[in-house]
Design a protein around this ligand. Structure first.
Ligand code: SF4
Length: 388
């Protein structure tokens, strides 16, 4: 078995960064046969990433199966999948230095494959879809998957409901999808045993985003309305790591949670568990939170942004997981959902701007997916206006 995934920082990260830049120039040279255009493309991508993340450079990577990852939302380097994404990013450049006129493709897609879930979390964004049985058959899910591949997607996130509640179908879909896409799992950790982690790894899974909403066991379990959830998450993280999967903890940073102390306590626990990424989501008034005052105020947003920058760039935190904070990115460059760089397809096949901006624009099994994506792009995001 390959070496287990590991965090890379310092001189090794600097070397990987140089290789990444060289790889981008090589891709652009192949695309344009012009060294000048290739260097311009590299300059544009670096400036875009600096704006999007507010970080001078990528300080840390996760090495897994010979590839390097700086986010759980983007294909790893080196790979044709990342090359595809980079070319697509350049298609957004006003001078369109990248892709010979091809429209920018989406980077990733969040896909609900089951209506079932054993939990009833306080903030469940998908509550109206949670049922005792699944609406779509495995055959229909394969049909949906073919539509995604038709859109040239290179990264896919399996969600639900709780995708592990439909384990054998999940592995069947994974075996197929992972031939052409980087595949991640979004899960509560429910029943993610060592055996299941190994089966998912064999089926082609790269990593799991496991939801942990507090470093304090009782507070997490209370938020998830389940007194075993914290233990599930802890075991799931260990089992995934030992199976050679990358692990990301996914935090819904509520008003009650956001403080410098809680964020750093959370990061210390994540480091102790040896996880590779932390993904921070802001609460939204959808699903079980609908009609509630949950949005974060400016002060809380600044606290998270400061934490995000410090953990990702301060040498004192070099051995801490890489933090992804979408709220920061979206305030800098606008929303990446709504078909811009991703969208959400729920367990009924309905296409939404994202899990938090609900309102179907079409069903993958009943309408042209390409046309539905176009329609969603025209409507855009309910929350963040595109600023590119
Ligand atoms: S948030 Fe996820 S784990 Fe929680 S009830 Fe909803 S689908 Fe289940």
């Amino acid at each position: 078995m390959n070496k287990l995934p590991a965090l890379i920082w310092g001189k090794r990260a600097a070397w990987i960064r140089r290789k990444l830049h060289f790889n981008i120039v090589k891709i652009m040279l192949r695309e344009h046969r012009s060294p000048l255009k290739a260097l311009k493309a590299l300059k544009h991508l670096m400036a875009f990433r600096r704006k999007q993340q507010g970080l001078e450079r990528i300080f840390k990577f996760v090495k897994s199966d010979g590839r390097y990852f700086w986010s759980s939302e983007v294909p790893g380097f080196p790979s044709p999948r990342l090359a595809h994404v980079l070319k697509s990013e350049l298609a957004r450049h006003p001078n369109n230095t990248g892709t010979n006129g091809r429209p920018p493709a989406m980077i990733t897609l969040i896909w609900g494959i089951t209506n079932r879930c054993p939990l009833s979390c306080s903030h469940c964004y998908d509550w109206e879809n949670i049922e005792a049985t699944d609406k779509l058959s495995l055959g229909q899910l394969f049909e949906v998957l073919r539509c995604f591949e038709g859109e040239g997607l290179k990264h896919l996130q399996f969600s639900g409901g709780e995708p592990l509640a439909r384990f054998s179908d999940l592995t069947a879909l994974l075996r197929e999808a992972s031939k052409r896409m980087d595949c991640w799992l979004l899960t509560s950790g429910f029943g993610l045993s060592a055996e299941k982690a190994h089966t998912l790894k064999q089926a082609g899974l790269l990593g799991a985003n496991i939801s942990l909403d507090h470093w304090d066991e009782e507070k997490h379990n209370a938020f998830r309305n389940n007194n075993q959830s914290f233990e599930w998450v802890k075991k799931a993280a260990r089992n995934c790591k030992e199976a050679g999967l990358m692990v990301s903890l996914s935090l819904c940073a509520t008003r009650a949670f956001v403080s410098k102390e809680n964020l750093f306590a959370y990061a210390s626990l994540a480091k102790e568990w040896g996880v590779h990424f932390i993904r921070i989501l802001e609460p939204r008034a959808v699903g079980s939170f609908a009609g509630q005052e949950v949005h974060l105020n400016g002060e809380s947003i600044s606290v998270i942004a400061a934490f995000f920058h410090q953990i990702n760039s301060d040498p004192a935190y070099k051995q801490f997981p890489i933090v992804n904070y979408f709220g920061y990115h979206q305030r800098e460059i606008g929303c990446m959902g709504a078909g811009n760089r991703y969208l959400y397809v729920d367990a009924n096949g309905e296409v939404h701007a994202c899990p938090f901006c609900r309102g179907s624009k079409g069903n993958v099994l009943k309408a042209s997916f390409t046309e539905t994506v176009k329609a969603i792009r025209e409507t855009g995001c309910h929350f963040f206006k595109n600023q590119e």
